[in-house]
Ligand binder design. Structure first.
Ligand code: IVH
Length: 586
């Protein structure tokens, strides 16, 4: 095959993989810059050999092109999540607490609804016209996706005329994809040799968050409103149930399967009924939502920082699958913790391929009594990470193997230790363990740490493997020539990377603390520490008691911080990083 054709094919494969991660799983494992770089490279190659341009190349179809360039929108009130329950007794407890808030007067009505599996959006109407649609984002700031309105089939742009309707109000609801559209879209993607969406939820969120809406996504999403969040005048009924019903008169879609329940018995009957009709629905649900119907009582009950206390999601039992454990490997983390990971014979649970499951530690392995070769039940509830819930003993083969506590690090071969009461196993060869060096560097460059753009996981792995940069100091000392030794880095990208190294040096104190990767020191603690000490030397010399006095810093964390600054190599590295030679400053 022609060299250029081969290169194009390889790039297309790579870009499709990242498209899937971004659109399908709403995550990414390379930076935006790196992605843009692939696209650029593809364009150059295609220009050289125009007869190799395929119809489904991301340079040709708008659909494949991703840019995270949505305008940001600050939500007037945070977009919260829901508290979850899986068992009857949790619902009983919820009801008990509600009753207590109502002075144990039992005449409360509950509005029961479907818990639709899609993505939450905020929809603002102004003068009876659709004004803004935004995603949940981080709960406070979402993405403005208004221009993708043509994807949502049933959301009216103009409301039906109605008396004295408030001139400004915000609805919240779920955007989701019908099963038939999911099949259609995946068929089309397959035809175009593109990766398919792996769940209805991902398909909905991947589509709505697409920068360039393409024709084939037109009308492929639907919307159900589940709450009126605010309006600029008192207008809507005081009953949540009646409010939703009222919205129908304005042509705003709500799900018809809502029911006012008087007591727990009626709630459980509703749950059973919905569980029965679940399969017949033309969209996916993962439970029901129980809400206090009276908005005045809702207000009285209030909110926690992440969910309304007047509502709860009663989720359907998690989805399960049965498969075999092929092997158990140990992964080494940034802080040297060895985590056992079960390699599975791949299974699909609600459309997601699962090949690995984290086993956390030996307590978990012993609790489950797992052996290599065992047949196990794997469960995945909602978006949650898959886990092994039990071993099916009768299928245990004769040659099943015990999982042994490793004596040596699988990466650097140094002796493994268990520290005091800690359940974890540690590779203590901190600076000489390649796995730890890689993970430490990845953490150092990450967005919330030094934010050194362009250094994706693959580049870091190669930098360490090729012995070019194994720690932050070596990273800052890197030059153009050594960067060019890395696969896929050309002069242009190398220059860009050097520039991002340089700009990252102007940072903030909390970022710098976080980038050090002190065990248990996350973003919040880094902020608190920075705010408390203000100067790096004061932090370095702080004793355990002083550290322990800081908000969120318990005795365990204080110990970790204290010991981090007792290690000579760590101090040497910090001093060098902030010295004139490297020049990190804040
Ligand atoms: S009420 C303050 N009602 O579930 C209102 N949420 O797991 C909070 N969801 O982020 C949400 N169906 O996107 C509500 N009938 C329903 C829902 C629903 C689906 C989603 C929603 C929320 C998520 C929480």
């Amino acid at each position: 095959m022609d060299k250029i054709k081969k290169k194009i094919k390889k790039l297309l494969k790579k870009i499709h993989k990242h498209n899937l991660l971004y659109f399908g799983k709403n995550t990414q494992n390379i930076s935006n810059e790196q992605y843009d770089y692939y696209i650029k490279k593809l364009k150059i190659l295609e220009k050289k050999q125009t007869n190799f341009i395929t119809k489904n190349s991301p340079t040709q179809s708008v659909s494949g092109f991703i840019k995270k360039k949505f305008k940001k929108i600050k939500h007037k009130t945070p977009m919260l999540s829901l508290n979850n329950a899986y068992e009857k007794k949790q619902i009983k407890h919820f009801i008990k607490k509600i009753l207590k808030k109502n002075n144990n007067i039992k005449n409360i009505l509950y509005c029961c609804e479907l818990k639709i599996d899609g993505l939450a959006v905020s929809v603002i109407y102004k003068d009876s016209k659709l004004f803004k649609i935004s995603t949940r984002g981080d709960g406070n700031i979402g993405e403005d996706v208004t221009k993708n309105i043509n994807m949502i089939k049933n959301l009216p742009i103009n409301l039906k005329k109605y008396n004295n309707i408030p001139s400004l109000f915000e609805l919240r609801g779920e955007v989701f994809m019908l099963k038939k559209n999911f099949i259609k879209i995946n068929k089309k993607l397959k035809e175009q040799n593109k990766k398919i969406f792996n769940s209805l939820r991902n398909a909905a969120s991947g589509s709505l968050r697409r920068i360039n809406s393409s024709n084939f996504l037109k009308n492929k999403l639907n919307f159900f409103c589940y709450v009126i969040n605010w309006s600029n005048k008192e207008y809507f009924p005081k009953s949540h149930f009646n409010s939703l019903k009222f919205l129908k008169k304005l042509n705003i879609p709500i799900n018809e399967n809502i029911k006012q329940c008087k007591n727990i018995k009626e709630i459980f009957n509703y749950y059973k009924y919905i569980l029965n009709i679940r399969k017949k629905l033309n969209f996916e649900i993962d439970g029901i939502v129980i809400k206090v119907d009276d908005k005045i009582l809702q207000k009285k009950i209030g909110y926690s920082s992440s969910y309304p206390r007047w509502a709860i999601a009663y989720k359907f039992p998690s989805k399960k699958g049965i498969t075999k454990i092929k092997n158990v490997d140990f992964q080494v983390s940034r802080t040297g913790i060895l985590t056992p990971v079960a390699r599975l014979k791949p299974i699909y649970i609600s459309g997601i391929k699962i090949s690995n499951v984290n086993l956390y530690n030996f307590n978990e392995i012993n609790r489950l009594k797992i052996m290599i070769g065992d047949t196990v039940t794997v469960s995945r509830s909602g978006d949650v990470i898959p886990k092994i819930i039990n071993v099916i003993k009768k299928f245990r083969p004769k040659n099943a193997k015990k999982i042994n506590i490793p004596n040596y690090c699988p990466i650097c071969n140094s002796i493994i230790k268990r520290l005091n009461e800690d359940i974890n196993l540690y590779c203590l060869n901190s600076i000489n363990c390649i796995a730890q060096s890689k993970e430490k560097l990845k953490h150092f460059v990450s967005k919330n740490a030094m934010n050194i753009k362009g250094f994706g996981k693959k580049i870091i792995n190669e930098l360490v493997d090729k012995n070019i940069a194994k720690n932050p100091i070596e990273l800052f000392k890197i030059n153009l020539l050594s960067l060019l030794k890395i696969n896929r880095i050309n002069i242009k990208l190398a220059k860009k990377l050097l520039k991002s190294l340089k700009t990252s040096k102007n940072t903030t104190f909390p970022r710098f603390i976080y980038s050090l990767g002190i065990p248990k020191v996350g973003i919040t603690i880094s902020h608190n520490i920075a705010y408390h000490y203000k100067k790096i030397n004061l932090l370095i010399n702080a004793d355990i008691y002083s550290l322990n006095s800081i908000k969120n810093v318990g005795i365990n964390v204080s110990n970790k911080i204290y010991f981090f600054f007792q290690v000579k190599e760590n101090l040497k590295m910090i001093n060098y990083l902030i010295s004139k030679e490297i020049g990190i400053n804040w």
